[in-house]
Design a protein around this ligand. Structure first.
Ligand code: 4NP
Length: 148
């Protein structure tokens, strides 16, 4: 799960997907395209929204995407088109490119919809992000569990 800072959207996406999958079967992780917040806890507003829905993300610490992640992960879900461009720039071949997709494409294929960055907004923005990610993760779980 990839966003810009790895403190608002992708930590929630990681927490939600982890909650829905068997940890013995899948590795779920998140990071940012930027180095802005490396080592930081998620934004308190993301922690609060997670808690409200029974998902604890407070132990996560922000990291930056690295090319090594193309080896480690089979699916790379990005939150918005800017993240998409940034990750695609780092790919070296079509196998790596094919791993990268917009997370909302899981719900609305080919519509290229973004999970809006809630960083500069209010609490409702975080609730909206949670709801979008929760729905998208339901679809991802169905897809991934078929691969087991
Ligand atoms: P995120 O939100 O990409 O969902 O973690 C942001 C967090 C921090 C910044 C931008 C977006 N920032 O510019 O510091």
């Amino acid at each position: 799960m990839v966003c810009l800072g790895n403190i608002c959207r992708s930590p929630l996406a990681e927490g939600i997907l982890k909650y829905k999958l068997n940890p013995n079967d899948f590795i779920v992780n998140s990071c940012g395209t930027s180095n802005y917040h490396i080592g930081s806890k998620p934004d308190q507003r993301s922690i609060d929204i997670g808690n409200k829905h029974g998902i604890d993300i407070s132990n996560q610490r922000a990291a930056q995407f690295s090319r090594e992640d193309f080896k480690t992960y089979d699916f790379i879900y990005v939150m918005d088109s800017s993240n998409y461009q940034d990750i695609i720039k780092l790919t070296n071949n079509t196998q790596e490119k094919n791993k990268v997709s917009l997370i909302l494409d899981e719900l609305y294929p080919n519509e290229n919809l973004d999970v809006p960055d809630p960083y500069y907004g209010g609490e409702q923005g975080f609730e909206d992000v949670f709801q979008m990610l929760n729905k998208a993760c339901d679809t991802i779980v169905i897809k991934l569990n078929k691969l087991r």
